[in-house]
Design a protein around this ligand. Structure first.
Ligand code: PMP
Length: 370
């Protein structure tokens, strides 16, 4: 049978979860933090009140849009840069190169400014002007290149690697397969959720979607280890991704076509996800019609203005809580805010073009204003 890479858990991986934090102090509770890097992490875990009372469960969302760069990817950005520093790959004045069109680029731009590194971002030329402009304003050297598949040597990821290799004192941070990304969540996201739920006593499950897999794998690794396997872990997967079929049926097969969710869905087990694949107890597939409804429900009921991957995670958290039974407590990640997507998610014609407008309940359509 077809098989993606899924190595068994190593001893060193197990030790990781209990090791002391090895990177910059990520946030502190009540003291001055030293520079912007100290403001990464320590985000609130928010009880989503309406969904909780409706389900008779506790639905908890980690407010990652409150990171300085506005997303969960600030954690990975900080760790990949500090991993390079620690390993002598990056000296003062050096250059960071990454292939990304999204939140990782924004996170890297903030971190690189704060630490005095140059940043070069390769991205497919299909990306929105807003994203390019934001990265430029944050000081990045943005290089849009033709949008060709990974198998083509001109793909933006390969160009990023080659560019870094052509420079001295430069690093390709390689978020997909650089396990410093996963380490960020083993050392910060996991322990924070643990502390925020009375050392796991008030938590039964954790679920989230994956792009690189760093968030899911690292948080799962910590919570499984710390709870002695008691806390259940689910993967939430959007249309177009292969991970749902692989987890539930062991076959590599896309479920559905493209999705309105950005930054998530995968066609392979990355090096960040592979070591922890077996820690994931189950997977849930969430159609875009459910996701879009939740974008507007979260805004209407909780005042939370979040992107589509976050809304999808919350739909999955509700399913998981129902699956675990009345009174269960499930945490997920609210990955970023909606401002980055407003020209699409809040546009009637765009939603109509995707066949999604009709799925938004009539009383929530007042939010679709553009
Ligand atoms: N949501 C959004 C909006 C993202 O940009 C990403 C990162 N690509 C994710 C979720 C998934 O995070 P991870 O890379 O840790 O799997």
């Amino acid at each position: 049978a077809a098989r993606l890479v899924a190595p068994s858990l190593s001893r060193s991986a197990l030790r990781l979860a209990s090791s002391a934090r090895t990177y910059s102090r990520v946030g502190t509770d009540s003291t001055v933090v030293h520079g912007l890097v100290g403001a990464v992490g320590n985000t609130p875990l928010i009880r989503l009140n309406t969904l909780s009372s409706e389900t008779g469960c506790e639905i908890l969302g980690k407010a990652e849009w409150m990171n300085p760069g506005g997303s969960v990817k600030d954690r990975a950005a900080l760790y990949v840069v500090e991993h390079a520093e620690k390993n002598g790959l990056l000296q003062p004045g050096g250059t960071v190169v990454e292939g990304t069109a999204g939140n990782t680029g924004i996170g890297l731009a903030h971190i690189c400014r704060a630490k005095g590194y140059k940043l070069v971002i390769y991205m497919p030329n299909t990306q929105s002007q807003e994203k390019i402009d934001l990265l430029k304003m944050l000081g990045a050297d943005v290089r849009p290149v033709p949008a060709v598949p990974f198998t083509d040597p001109k793909n933006y990821n390969h160009q990023a690697r080659e560019h870094a290799e052509s420079l001295t004192n430069a690093v390709w941070t390689n978020q997909f397969d650089n396990i410093a990304n996963r380490l960020a969540h083993i050392e910060t996201t996991g322990p924070e959720i643990w502390r925020q739920t009375s050392n796991g006593a008030d938590l039964d499950g954790f679920v989230c979607s994956t792009g690189t897999g760093g968030t899911l794998a690292g948080t799962a690794r910590f919570l499984k280890t710390a709870s002695n396997n008691r806390i259940k872990i689910w993967l939430a997967d959007p249309p177009g991704s292969v991970l749902y079929a692989y987890k539930t049926r062991g076959v590599i097969e896309r479920t559905g076509d493209g999705s309105i969710t950005e930054g998530i869905g995968q066609g392979r087990l990355t090096d960040n996800l592979a070591p922890d694949w077996d820690l994931i107890d189950d997977a849930v597939h969430i159609p875009d019609s459910e996701t879009i409804k939740m974008v507007f429900r979260l805004l209407d009921e909780e005042g939370i203005f979040c992107g589509a991957s976050s809304a999808m995670n919350v739909v999955a958290a509700v399913e998981m809580a129902k699956g675990l039974g009345k009174g269960s407590r499930v945490a997920t990640v609210i990955c970023d805010g909606a401002a980055r997507y407003q020209s699409r998610l809040f546009s009637k014609s765009w939603l109509e073009g995707k066949g999604l407008y009709e799925h938004i309940p009539a009383d929530l359509r007042k939010y679709v204003g553009l």
